[in-house]
Design a binder for this molecule. Structure first.
Ligand code: PEP
Length: 256
């Protein structure tokens, strides 16, 4: 069986000025900047991408963006494109986060365009999928995840599929302190892996990292990260402080 390198990605959301971002990333470089057992990605707001990119030069940390427009340039006020991100040495981009879907009306079709554009530009998409509390209570979890996953990956080739990272982010667990139980998370991760197998074949599906996101903290991470199909975490709140984020990276290294 292929062993997948664990990935811990910090989504800083709309937090930190450039100065604050620099302080945080300097701490991360000092603590986990030589980490090679775990892939560590930091995703600051656009305003700090360049500053953070310079601060991680020479370390093993990688740079991610939180969003991106599918077009390369044009009249899209307020948006940022893949070539712009690439020019700042961004390697990853979070796409289809539930906050983008719920607050900014992003559809599966729009997210799919971004996924294809990211791959064309050698950016690794972190495609987020996940159900709301109401959908879980109606027993629709797997159906929602399947729809978002299949639509988001439409047109992705078997060759490029291993560059995609999937994040299972149950909406009801994001920023709420409610974490999915290990069984709930592993069930959905295994389901996602089975869908990837159908879409791309078993060997390809075995290469794709599937992250869990939703109130992952140092206290609950070891158990989640020990699950067969949980290959890391997409971290919101706990990524805003060096200490908790470093503990999550350490937990992922121990779980490998
Ligand atoms: C997220 O926004 O993807 C997330 C997982 O946030 P939090 O860790 O704060 O729940």
């Amino acid at each position: 069986m292929i062993s997948r390198k664990k990935l811990i990605a910090g989504n800083w959301k709309m937090n930190k000025t450039s100065a604050d971002a620099l302080t945080l990333v300097a701490d991360l470089v000092a603590s986990v900047g030589r980490q090679t057992d775990v892939e560590v990605v930091v995703c600051p707001p656009f305003t700090s991408i360049e500053t953070v990119g310079k601060a991680i030069e020479g370390s093993t940390l990688k740079l991610g963006a939180q969003n991106m427009h599918p077009e390369a340039n044009g009249a899209y006020t307020g948006e940022v494109s893949a070539p712009m991100l690439r020019a700042l040495f961004t390697t990853h981009v979070i796409l289809g986060h539930s906050e983008r879907r719920a607050l900014f009306g992003e559809t599966d079709a729009f997210v799919n365009k971004k996924v294809l554009t990211a791959l064309k530009n050698q950016l690794k998409p972190v495609l987020c999928v996940g159900e709301s509390l109401g959908e879980r209570e109606l027993g629709l979890t797997l159906k929602i995840v399947q729809t978002q996953l299949e639509a988001g990956l439409d047109g992705v080739s078997k060759d490029l599929a291993p560059s995609v990272v999937i994040a299972y982010d149950p909406v009801w667990a994001i920023g709420t302190g409610k974490v999915a139980t290990t069984e709930q998370a592993q069930e959905v991760h295994a389901f996602i892996r089975s869908l990837l197998t159908k879409l791309f074949t078993e060997p390809v599906a075995q290469k794709v990292r599937i992250l869990y996101g939703g109130s992952m903290k140092p206290a609950n991470a070891p158990e989640l990260l020990a699950q067969k199909d949980i290959d890391g975490g997409l971290i919101g709140g706990a990524a805003l402080e060096a200490r908790s984020f470093v503990e999550l990276v350490t937990a992922a290294a121990a779980a490998k």
